[in-house]
Each structure stands twice: as C-alpha cells, then as structure tokens.
Design a protein around this ligand. Sequence first.
Ligand code: EPZ
Length: 430
Amino acid sequence: MEQFIIKGGNPLVGEVDISGAKNAALGILAAAVMTDDTVLIENLPNVRDINVMLEAMSEIGVKVDRISPHAAMICGADICDVSVDYEYIKKIRASYYLLGALLGKYKKAEVPLPGGCNIGSRPIDLHLKGFRALGAEVTIRNGAICARAEHLRGSHIFLDTVSVGATINIMMAASMAEGRTIIENCAREPHVVDVANFLNSMGANIKGAGTDVIRIRGVEKLHNTEYSIIPDQIEAGTFMFAAAATRGDVMVRNVIPKHLEATSAKLIEIGCEVEEFDNAVRVVAPRRLCGTNVKTLPYPGYPTDMQPQIGVTLAIASGTSIVTESIFENRFKYLDELARMGAIAKVEGNTAIITGVDRLTGARISAPDLRAGAALVIAGLAAEGITIVDDIVYIQRGYELFEEKLRSLGAEIRLIHDEKEARRFRLQVG
Ligand code: EPZ
C-alpha cells in the first residue's frame, strides 16, 4: 500500500503552482453533458476524483477525450443511459451532480444514494427538495434516487441550510426548466460561481451566483463552449499553512487572492506575513506562531476544508486555541492521529481546544479523509524526525502531485510502496 514518508524540520521555501479547483471541476464536468455540442474544459486538476467522474460520464455514453492531463473534450450527444452506476457514487459523492444535469437535460435521471463519509452523514435532502420544487417526481428505490418530470418549471426555492452541492445541483436542473427560478440562501463559494459562469458560457441565464440569491431563467438548449477552471483555493490554502507550520517562505502562484481572504486573515492573526499579488500570495512565517480562535463558516467565512490545516498549525503555536467546526459533525478525527505526534487537543462536541506545544515528533499516522490527510502531512513536515502517513489514497483524490510540489519547496518527502523503500529514504536523509 502506498505511503508518504517524511523527514520533518525543513522550512518550505520557494514557489508552487496551484492546480484547477477540484470542487469546481466536478460540477462543471457534470454540467458539460447538458449540451449535445462538444465542450472543451481546461485547467482540470489531474486528481483521482476527476478521473473517476470522467469514467462515470463515459459509462453512460458521454464521449470523453482527455486531450491532456489538464484538459478534456466532452460531448453528451450520445448519452445512452441516465442511470449512474453505484461504483462511481461509492468512490465520489459528487457523481450526484449528474442528477441535476441529466434531469435538466433529459427530465429524468437515476443516481445511487451517496452514503455518508468520514466527515459526517452528509444528507442530500435539500437537493431533492429543489428538484421536487421544480416539478420532478423524486423517489428512492433500491438504494437509488430516481427523478423524472414531464416538464421542469421554475420555482422559488429556499435552502434551509447553506449547501454547496444543493445550490449547484438545483442550479443545473433549473437552467433548463421552463420559466424563472429563484434559489434563496445559496452557497456563495467560488466554485458555485465557476459552475454558474460555465453554464452561462453555454447559453444559460443565471444571475446572482456568489450572492445568497440566484435567479435563473430556464433555456431550451445549451451550446458548446471552451472554459478554464478557476484555481483551487483549498489547495492554495493548504500550501499557505504548510509554509506557516514549517516557518517557511512560500510564493503560492496561480491563485485568486480574493478567494483566500479568510485563510490569509487567519495566517496574519497567527503571526505570518501575507503579501498579495495579482495571481499569487506570499506567506512568510515567524519563528514562533501564536495561537488564535477560528470557526468554520460558509464562504466567505473560514472554510471547513481548511479546518484541519489550521488545526495542525495551532498545535505548534503558542498558547491555547479554539477551533469550532460548524459545518460537519465529524471533522476532528485527525486530532487523534496528531496526539500520536505529541499534540495536546481536547474535542468537546463541535469544538476542539488545542494547547500549543514546542514541537511535534514524527510517528506512523493514517489519513482519515482528504483534507485531514493533507493536514497530517503538514504536521509531518513540521515535526522532528520521521513520519509515515498511511491511506494516502484520500490525499491523492484532491491534491495533484502533492509530494512533488512539496519536494520542490525543500520538503524531504517520498511516496513509498514498501519497507525497503522506507529504509532507502532513511539512509538518504540520514
Ligand atoms: C462541498 O460538499 C465540498 N465538496 C466539500 O469539500 C466541502 O467541505 C463542502 O462543500 C462545504 O464547503 C464538493 O464540492 C465536491 P454542503 P457538499 O452541501 O456540497 C448540510 C473536499 O474536501 N446539507 O455545502 O456535500 C451538510 O450536512 C470536500 O473537497 C444538508 O443538510 O457540502 C453540511 O452540514 C469535503 N442537506 C452542510 O449542509 C443537504 O441536502 C454543508 O454541506 C446538503 C447538505
């Protein structure tokens, strides 16, 4: 089984390029099937979740031509099946975006119910509420969501909880419904805006994405487009905290600084210098970080996908910090792994109280999920000694060339397959 082996202690220094946003790409790939024309999508991140999504689309008859690791031509003209296979939804929940896309285009779709995952139960009741409001009959049968409609008609939909997935899924279906749809209490994440911009480039009529009210006038047909995915603000933030935790100096390039405002604000609070450029940010860390408090919120608040990264950094900051996770109910599992490295943290409900220690020590740890896995790598980079991270397949879902990008910044990290390679690494790093 593949692992990362890390010798900690090197400050990260240098420049790193950020890939396209995974969570924007997943919605955009689904939306691409809504036209019978061919669509070119560029700046795709070359990560496992994207590859699985493309496989799921091919499986139902979408023509996928991966012209490069970061670009694909998509044509949904010959879709022969509107039922997505369980294999794919099991691998990535976001296959459920095909529900909104296929329902919008064909007025029918069938997608297996996504299960919960490592960070919480993750219901999809709001998605289904939106589809029903648009006039679809939605039933759950044999573990699958079956949605169909004679016609989809615009509606006024209020989301009880701010939900990225529900906002994107309903927006896709409504973009080809008859008449006007208003979605209230929408998610405002950059990737919601990216999916709306993509749909509009195909001829949809969507206004207000990025605010909490999205207004859509349905259209009968969508057409071809060429589109480039926005940079991944979570990958960018992950490298920014890696710079902070290792006392480094890193220029993170190919970003949209506005998308990183909450992350940058927290880095400044803990003592880092953050300098913004047109499409880059530079993070310079102090000798000793200071603790702070943080609460995750929907965008533009501090992102839940950046909670583990600040958590591991606060574990080596001075003082006691409080981290409140208000989005998901089970996103502190990484703290158990961090305790094996010497961190002091206590979880009470959706709050973690973290008491900073001078240093962490390397240990054998396991990635509980995608973002926690990346955060534990940061902990290994900051720790004294050797850390081995298991279950790195989670990390590979959403971070392209993670260890190569870290190595280019001076990290001593290798992807290994067995004990022999671990021994070779230990010999090399001394
Ligand atoms: C998206 O998940 C992201 N995934 C997640 O990133 C991210 O953590 C999350 O948004 C929040 O920003 C993708 O974009 C593929 P939500 P999503 O619907 O859409 C509740 C990563 O690391 N809810 O915004 O599933 C839900 O339980 C992943 O890349 C309902 O109650 O998240 C949660 O408490 C992890 N009913 C809250 O809303 C619903 O129908 C926010 O969830 C839907 C959601």
